[in-house]
Design a protein around this ligand. Structure first.
Ligand SMILES: [Zn+2]
Length: 52
């Protein structure tokens, strides 16, 4: 048996960049388990694409 890489679905917090694999993949986690932020899946919106 060759060595392979198994990829599983996980989540990554947009705030603290914490990555975790949920036990229940049906429901998205409400908060990041590390920083407890409810906006873990919402990246900072930057509508104005002006480069300063
Ligand atoms: Zn987080």
């Amino acid at each position: 048996m060759a060595k392979i890489q198994i990829t599983v679905w996980g989540y990554k917090c947009e705030r603290c960049e914490h990555e975790w694999i949920p036990r229940n993949t049906v429901d998205e986690p409400r908060v990041c388990p590390l920083c407890k932020s409810p906006y873990w899946n919402k990246p900072r919106k930057n509508k104005s694409s002006k480069k300063s």
